[in-house]
Design a protein around this ligand. Structure first.
Ligand code: UD1
Length: 426
């Protein structure tokens, strides 16, 4: 089993370039199903989750060409002839359910495995299904699968536009419904939509294929259905969560680290919290920022995760590591996923003093962490224990790092280039 061995205490300096966004690339690959001709995607991160989504499209029948060195992927969706998203892939990656909206809308039917829970909690798909139903589809849940189709007697061959009010601004539901509505007849409105920059990226991509979407990035999205979508050539936006992870690493042990492609405007609440802590951040321009060693001691803060533009739940684990060594008491409240503090026991094994009370983490800053063997529970928790290892005294061994490889491109290599002592061992 692969592990990371980290000898803590090294200072980081230099430049790191942020890769394409996982949470955008996955959706763009799924959305490619809607096109009638070749899609070219650029700046696609070379990560395991992208491989799983490409495998899914291949199972559906699409032809895929990957040019790994240039991070370009070509998808030919004209060959799709299978409409089932199998459990083996959905189990590996929940985001693979995002093929459902495009398949349903383009081919009138889809069979998709129900993902079930994961290491950060129970994750329903009720809002996705309710959206499909509002658009005129029927579905039946049996044997662990959802069978969904357009009732041709009632609705002809297309979904039909309508007003959809989401109970919660779910990102996945907003994306699945937005993709399904592109080929529906008439206008669809998504009210209380998720507002993440990746939703805007998906809308820009779909519009470049000929879709008519307005308002993405706000909580009110309108989609005027079109009869078909064409291929396009599109560059994936940079990954804000990877940027936030490297910024936090630099805040923990950086001397002078330049983060390129950080697109800081996509993370304004995160930046303002870091500034409240006392992290010295200089904005170089729209894309690039610099983090420098602080002049004064950091201060404790309280943080609550919320859907965008609130503090991102995906950066909750890494900010908790930073606060674990800030003198005083900080409270981090997790409002998006109910089970996202499992990694805290690992940090406590490294000497942190964090108590979980319901969905709050009460963090009493300690002077230092000490290296220990720890597990990576999920993608973001994995990044968090690596950051803890960078500042810990002695050696930290991180196991189950396949979680980290799912979403961070060359994580260890990028840290090594900044001066970290981190090794990948079998
Ligand atoms: C996406 C991101 C993930 C991030 C999360 C929240 C991807 C691949 N993943 O996940 O990194 O942590 O947004 O920013 O983009 N919910 C329901 N019913 C539904 C759908 C969601 O109850 O039908 C609940 C979930 O259980 C969860 C919350 O809504 O508690 C947020 O989920 P959602 O916004 O849908 O997250 P994902 O799209 O799965």
């Amino acid at each position: 089993m692969e592990r990371f061995i980290i000898n803590g205490g090294k200072k980081l300096s230099g430049k790191v370039k942020i890769s394409g966004a996982k949470n955008s690339a996955l959706k763009l690959i799924a959305a490619s199903i809607l096109a009638d001709s070749k899609i070219t995607l650029r700046n696609v991160p070379q990560i395991e989750d992208v491989n799983i989504m490409l495998e899914m499209l291949e199972i559906l029948g699409a032809k895929i060409n990957v040019e790994a060195a240039s991070k370009v992927i070509e998808i030919e969706p004209e060959y799709i002839n299978n409409y089932e998203a199998p459990y083996e892939l959905v189990r590996k990656m929940r985001a693979s359910i995002l093929v459902a909206g495009p398949l349903l809308s383009k081919f009138g039917r889809v069979k998709v495995a129900i993902p079930g829970g994961c290491n950060i909690g129970s994750r329903q798909i009720d809002l996705h299904l309710k959206g499909f139903k509002d658009l005129g589809a029927e579905y039946l849940v049996e044997h662990g699968y959802v069978n969904c189709h357009i009732d041709k007697n009632r609705n002809g061959n297309r979904l039909h536009g309508t007003i959809i009010n989401l109970d919660f601004p779910s990102r996945g539901a907003t994306e699945n419904i937005m993709m399904a509505a592109c080929l529906a007849s008439g206008q669809t409105v998504i009210n209380n939509a998720a507002r993440e920059p990746e939703i805007s990226d998906l809308a820009l991509f779909l519009n470049s294929m000929g879709a008519k979407i307005q308002g993405a990035g706000t909580d009110y999205i309108t989609i005027n259905g079109v009869k078909s979508l064409r291929g396009t050539d599109y560059e994936v936006m940079p990954d804000s969560i990877e940027a936030g992870t490297f910024i936090t690493a630099a805040a923990l042990c950086g001397e002078k680290v330049e983060i390129q492609n950080a697109r800081w405007r996509n993370l304004e609440v995160f930046y303002s919290k870091l500034k409240e802590i006392g992290v010295k951040i200089t904005i170089i321009d729209e894309n690039n920022i610099r983090v420098e060693a602080p002049l004064e001691r950091y201060k404790p803060v309280n943080i609550s995760t919320l859907p965008y533009p609130g503090f991102p739940t995906d950066l909750q684990p890494v900010i908790t590591v930073l606060l674990s060594v800030v003198p005083g008491v900080s409270i981090v409240t997790e409002n998006v996923f109910e089970n996202r503090f499992m990694y805290v026991d690992e940090l406590n094994r490294m000497g942190a003093d964090i108590k979980i009370e319901g969905h709050h983490a009460v963090i009493r800053g300690v002077e230092k962490l000490s290296g220990a063997p720890v597990r990576s529970f999920d993608l973001r928790a994995g990044a968090a224990v690596v950051l803890a290892g960078l500042i810990a005294e002695g050696t930290t061994e991180v196991s189950d790092i396949y979680h980290i490889k799912r979403g961070y491109e060359n994580f260890d290599e990028k840290l090594r280039l900044l001066g970290a002592d981190i090794k990948l061992v079998e």
